[in-house]
Design a protein around this ligand. Structure first.
Ligand code: PGA
Length: 262
C-alpha cells in the first residue's frame, strides 16, 4: 500500500502575514520538482487567506492550527469555525496539538467534537496524539495514546477516517531538541495503525498517513522517515526556516525516489 508522504510545517504563533507570504514565495520554486511528497503549511488564522492565494496552483497545501468545536456560527468569542476556515481556502486543520491540550484546556472530548466539525465542513483533520514524559517513564505511553485515539475517532465512519491524518507527537520531544528514536517512533506508529485497524478495518488503517512530530530536523529525519509506518513529519521549529523545511521535503522525496528504483 503506497501512502503519499506528507511534510507539514506547523508555524504556531510565528510569522506576520508579510513573513508568511514571503516564505511561500520562496517555497514555491523549491517545490516545483517535488512529485512524490505532499507539502503543507499551517500559518496563523490571520495569514490563512493570503497564504492560500499564494499557494494556489502549487503543491503546497494549507492548514489551520485549530478549529472551533461548535459547528454553527454563534456567540463564541475568539473562535473560528470549520466553515470559515474552509472558506479561507484551507483544506486541512491540526487538531489536539499538545500545546492546545497543555495550555488551553483541550480535552479528548473537545478534540472529538473538533474532528467531527472539521469533517462535516469538508476539512481533513490532522489529529495529534502523544504521551507526556511521565507517562512514558511509567510505561503508560500506549495506554494514553490508545485513549486519545479512541476518543478522537469515536463514531467516525471508515470514509471519515480515510480523510483523516494522524500525528504522533511525544510531548517530551516537542521543541526540546530531543526527538524520539526511530525505533520508539516506529513502534508507536505501528501501534496506532493497529488501533485504527481495530476501529475501522485494515484498509483504512493501511491508507491512513501517520506523521511523526517532535524536534524533527534535517539531521535526524532520514532514519525516522525510512521506517515503514512513518509517513512524513509534522514539523515545528525547523519549518520556520525555509532552508531547513526545504531540506526536509527533499529528504522525504529522495526516499520515495529510492524506493521507486528498487
Ligand atoms: P518541534 O514542534 O518540531 O518544534 O518540536 C513539533 C510540533 O509541535 O508539531
Amino acid at each position: 500500500m503506497m501512502r503519499t508522504p506528507l511534510i507539514a510545517g506547523n508555524w504556531k504563533m510565528h510569522k506576520t502575514i508579510a513573513d508568511a507570504v514571503g516564505f511561500v514565495n520562496d517555497l514555491v520554486p523549491r517545490v516545483a520538482d517535488i512529485v512524490h511528497t505532499d507539502v503543507l503549511i499551517a500559518p496563523t488564522f490571520v495569514a490563512l487567506r493570503d497564504v492560500v492565494r499564494r499557494a494556489e496552483g502549487t503543491r503546497i497545501l494549507v492548514a489551520a492550527q485549530d478549529v472551533a468545536a461548535e459547528r454553527i456560527e454563534g456567540a463564541f468569542t475568539g473562535e473560528v469555525s470549520a466553515e470559515m476556515i474552509r472558506e479561507a481556502g484551507a483544506t486541512h486543520v491540526i487538531i489536539g496539538h499538545s500545546e492546545r491540550r497543555q495550555y488551553y484546556g483541550e480535552t479528548d472530548e473537545s478534540v472529538h467534537r473538533k474532528v467531527n466539525a472539521a469533517l462535516a465542513a469538508g476539512l481533513e483533520p490532522i489529529v495529534c496524539v502523544g504521551e507526556l514524559l511521565d507517562e512514558r517513564d511509567e510505561g503508560r505511553a500506549e495506554t494514553v495514546v490508545q485513549r486519545q485515539l479512541e476518543r478522537a475517532f469515536e463514531g467516525l465512519t471508515a470514509s471519515d477516517l480515510s480523510r483523516t491524518i494522524c500525528a504522533y507527537e511525544p510531548v517530551w520531544a516537542i521543541g526540546t531538541g530531543r526527538s524520539a528514536t526511530p525505533e520508539t517512533a516506529e513502534e508507536m506508529h505501528r501501534f496506532i495503525r493497529d488501533n485504527v485497524a481495530r476501529i475501522a478495518g485494515t484498509d483504512v488503517a493501511e491508507t491512513m498517513r501517520i506523521l511523526y512530530g517532535g524536534s524533527a530536523k534535517p539531521d535526524n529525519v532520514l532514519e525516522l522517515l525510512s521506517r515503514p509506518d512513518i509517513d512524513g513529519a509534522l514539523v515545528g521549529g525547523a519549518s520556520l526556516q525555509i532552508n531547513l523545511f526545504h531540506k526536509l521535503i527533499e529528504i522525504q522525496e529522495s526516499l520515495i525516489k529510492d524506493t521507486d528504483k528498487k
